[in-house]
Design a protein around this ligand. Structure first.
Ligand SMILES: Nc1nc2c(ncn2[C@@H]2O[C@H](COP(=O)(O)OP(=O)(O)OP(=O)(O)O)[C@@H](O)[C@H]2O)c(=O)[nH]1
Length: 820
């Protein structure tokens, strides 16, 4: 048969007062044993559920710190507003304590969208931001930390609940307005004047009366514990200070003004028979707590509230003569929220005249009805009008019987309430906590699902790009090398060809470019400056040709740089910045080292020593002995007829040398030898001296006209010869093994390679960096995917565990999915 006792617990601690009245239920025969049996089995179930929930919380904490930063579901704005502006000022936020307190009440209807136990401690001052805004503004990691501390607190609270469930004794808190007769009532229950009672406020500290059987030595004694919050064990003398029962009054007096009042544990021998004793009657062991009177002193009020968690029954003592004070009302409101029913003792009933008794009774009950309807419904059992000063039959038989009935009701009420005071808070707390865990898990599954989708979308985007780039990496490298090599080779060859062409022109006595003009021949007497000017012009034309080559190479290299960048940019995925380096063509061929410049035969015309003219360059004996007819590029030798002319040129050469400033000893001797040789020849001897004279004059005339044409060729040939030969470079082309053309070819190749390599490096670096970024993004997305996947599975398993724990603990309430 299902009784109201079962219903209390099975319904997750939501006490259903309408199911049956206490009186009705408790009057049923054998209900006590049945209640004890149910109590024991429910207790075991709840203890196992607490163990399972604790390990689940610990798993969540570990997961939160090591694998997944917990997402906290947003607060429901409407309900928060409603709550923060509600009339019940005591309910500021739902805390662990509040949730515990709700274990036996139906005062606060839990909004399934809201966290009850795991709600974060965000202060809701009038000026503070909205809590949902606060939650949203917090860093994810800060929320996870706050949540972690909330989980720790919840776990600790489960420990406290577990201890409380295991504790076989029940605690009865006796409280009420100042001087309402609390101590007198406790004394009446004990049938001993133990607690000091007086007209003046006397009780300022909590006095907890235990049966002497609970004392380790079974002796009457007072244990003074420094603070209500301090740990205490009756077997550990370091946790208390022992006093005699006779010291009690003095101890109370001493601590009257103590801002941190101690707690007194009083071990008393109940002289009454077991069946009459309330302290220890075999079925239930009760501790009576005489509390300080309720007043406006926040400290003691707070202390009182703080202690309510461990008490099973609240006995509220009120004076029949006085109306309830504000603090008493406030306390009753709070206590009825927490305990649903409050046991009320209307004291000083003897002081009310007979004719006022009904009126007084009605007044008290009306007040109670407005504060605690549950108490009013069971008023027959829960509200007692007595005189605590005369409880023995021989004093006042009528009052004694009323008091005896009070004691019976109280004993049964304690027994009855043990279910609610010990098990229901645990059931209620577990219900809320598991709902919160489920809400939290479902919210995290949702977030993890979103992250999973995001990670997968990211992978769908990044992975193909990464693979494409990895595939392209080698071909890009090859392509860049190909462009570089081709450009270097082409421009190198071009340079060589161009310089060779220029040298050929110069070798034929012509300028390599029309940007320069030949000097004007001003007569035989200025032959030397003329030759020098010719050499300058030829070298300058060569220099300008080199300039033209460089300009061409610059342009071509620029095109190749664009090609390189184009290839590189084509290999980059969309959305990535392109290579932006601009090729400054003017910077090409600007060697920083001066020494370098001189080694590559640059600006030959600007180096004075290159303009030195040797006699051979004006009067080249080789040229004269083997007369060469210049006809384009073709040179024909005319050795037969040329011998005479050769002789003639020798003579003219001698004259010109004399006329010029170039005649040296060597030239003179050479000339003389040739003249004497001529004279020795038979053919020549046939010619007479006059002929020689005519010829000399003619030849001289011829040379005067021919010299301006001969000198450029002689000098050009000399320049060409010098620049083509690397063995004895007459000009400043100080290359060890290369000709002038090759030197420039190498130089162009080197410069071109340098520029293109830099451009390639840029492109490759950009490609490498982009590839790396995508690889990192891909790796991050893969990790995110794995993490989110794991979180989805893990939180799903938490929900399954929550269901299992609910079944185990006989708990109800599943949070609908759509509320997240
Ligand atoms: N006539 C009569 N006097 C009572 C009754 N109960 C208490 N008194 C007297 O009321 C006075 C105050 O009683 P206490 O028991 O000290 O009251 P209290 O509520 O414990 O006082 P504080 O601890 O100081 O708040 C004492 O003089 C008691 O004798 C009662 O039922 N009838």
């Amino acid at each position: 048969m299902q009784s109201a006792v079962y219903k209390d617990v099975d319904n997750a601690g939501n006490y259903d007062s309408k199911a049956a009245s206490h009186a009705e239920e408790m009057a049923r025969p054998g209900w006590g044993e049945e209640a004890s049996r149910v109590y024991e089995s429910t207790k075991e179930r709840l203890l196992t559920t607490i163990g399972g929930t604790k390990s689940l919380l610990s798993d969540i904490q570990n997961f939160n710190s090591s694998a997944w930063t917990m997402h906290y579901p947003g607060l429901d704005a409407a309900s928060v507003e409603q709550r923060s502006s509600g009339s019940n000022s005591l309910h500021r936020t739902v805390s662990i304590d509040d949730a515990t307190a709700q274990g036996v009440s139906h005062a606060v209807a839990a909004n399934p969208q809201e966290m009850q136990v795991l709600r974060l401690d965000l202060k809701l001052g009038a000026s503070s931001a909205h809590p949902s805004a606060l939650v949203n503004s917090l860093e994810k990691s800060s929320i996870a930390t706050l949540l972690d501390s909330r989980l720790t607190k919840s776990s600790q609270h489960l420990d406290a609940l577990s201890t409380r469930i295991k504790d076989t004794s029940s605690k009865v808190l006796v409280t009420g307005d100042l001087n309402s007769g609390k101590s007198t009532f406790v004394n009446a229950i004990l049938r001993r004047n133990v607690m000091p009672s007086n007209q003046l406020p006397t009780t300022t500290i909590f006095c907890e009366v235990h049966p002497v059987e609970e004392h380790p030595q079974k002796i009457e004694q007072v244990h003074l514990i420094k603070s209500v919050r301090d740990a205490y064990s009756p077997t550990d003398e370091s946790t208390f200070k022992p006093y005699s029962i006779d010291d009690l009054e003095a101890l109370c007096e001493e601590n009257e003004t103590n801002p941190n009042p101690p707690l007194l544990k009083i071990y008393l021998n109940d002289p009454r028979a077991a069946q009459n004793s309330l302290l220890s009657n075999g079925t239930v062991s009760i501790s009576l707590i005489d509390a300080p009177g309720l007043n406006l002193d926040t400290l003691s009020t707070t202390a009182l509230f703080a202690r309510q968690e461990e008490i099973d029954v609240v006995v509220f003592v009120l004076s029949a003569e006085n109306r309830l004070t504000l603090s008493a009302k406030e306390f009753l409101v709070q206590a009825s929220h927490e305990k649903a029913c409050v046991f009320c003792v209307v004291n000083g009933w003897d002081r009310i005249s007979e004719r006022n008794k009904e009126k007084c009774k009605k007044g008290v009950l009306d007040q109670l009805k407005s504060i605690s309807n549950e108490t009013w419904v069971d008023r027959e059992e829960l509200v007692h009008f007595v005189d605590s000063t005369n409880v023995e039959a021989d004093q006042d038989a009528d009052n004694a019987s009323r008091f005896a009935r009070l004691e019976d009701s109280l004993r049964n009420f304690v027994l009855f309430n043990r279910q609610k005071s010990k098990l229901a808070p645990a059931a209620r707390f577990l219900t809320h906590l598991l709902s919160d865990v489920e809400l939290l898990s479902k919210a995290n599954v949702k977030v993890a699902d979103e992250e999973l989708e995001m990670a997968r979308n990211e992978l769908t985007r990044v992975k193909p790009i990464l693979e494409m780039m990895r595939e392209k990496r080698e071909s890009l490298q090859d392509e860049l090398e190909r462009i570089e090599n081709e450009a270097v080779e082409t421009l190198g060859k071009y340079t060589k060809t161009e310089i060779e062409t220029a040298l050929n022109e110069i070798g034929n006595g012509r300028l390599a470019t029309d940007k320069v003009s030949m000097p004007i021949y001003e007569g035989i007497l200025s032959i030397y400056p003329y030759a020098r000017a010719v050499k300058h012009a030829l070298l300058q034309s060569l220099d300008l040709s080199v300039n033209d080559i460089e300009n061409h190479v610059r342009e071509a290299t620029g095109q190749n740089v664009k090609l390189v960048q184009g290839v590189g940019n084509d290999a980059l995925p969309e959305g990535v910045d392109r290579v932006k380096r601009v090729f400054v063509k003017e910077a090409m061929f600007k060697s920083r080292s001066k020494a370098n410049t001189s080694t590559v035969g640059m600006k030959l015309s600007e180096k004075p020593h290159n303009l030195n003219i040797s006699p051979r360059e004006i009067f080249d004996t080789t040229q004269l002995l083997i007369f060469k007819k210049v006809g384009g590029d073709k040179v024909e030798e005319e050795s037969d007829e040329g011998s005479f002319l050769g002789a003639l040129s020798l003579a003219v050469g001698a004259i010109t040398m004399v006329g010029g400033k170039t005649m040296g000893m060597r030239g003179f001797i050479e000339g003389a030898v040739r003249i004497s040789n001529l004279w020795g020849s038979d053919r020549v001897r046939q010619w007479a001296a006059p002929a020689v004279g005519v010829l000399v004059v003619g030849a001289a005339t011829y040379y005067v006209f021919e010299l301006p044409r001969m000198i450029p060729k002689t000098i050009g040939t000399s320049i060409k010869k010098s620049l083509e030969s690397s063995a004895e470079p007459a000009l400043s082309v100080d290359a060890a093994s290369d000709s002038y053309a090759e030197v420039h070819q190498l130089r162009v190749e080197r410069e071109t390679r340098k520029v293109l390599r830099l451009a390639s490096w840029d492109v490759k670096e950009k490609f490498r960096a982009t590839l790396e970024t995508h690889a990192v993004e891909c790796q991050r997305a893969e990790q995110g995917e794995a993490k989110a996947q794991r979180a989805v599975e893990w939180f799903d398993s938490v929900c399954t565990k929550v269901d299992g724990l609910r079944k185990l603990g006989g708990l109800g309430m599943t949070i609908p999915t759509e509320t997240i």
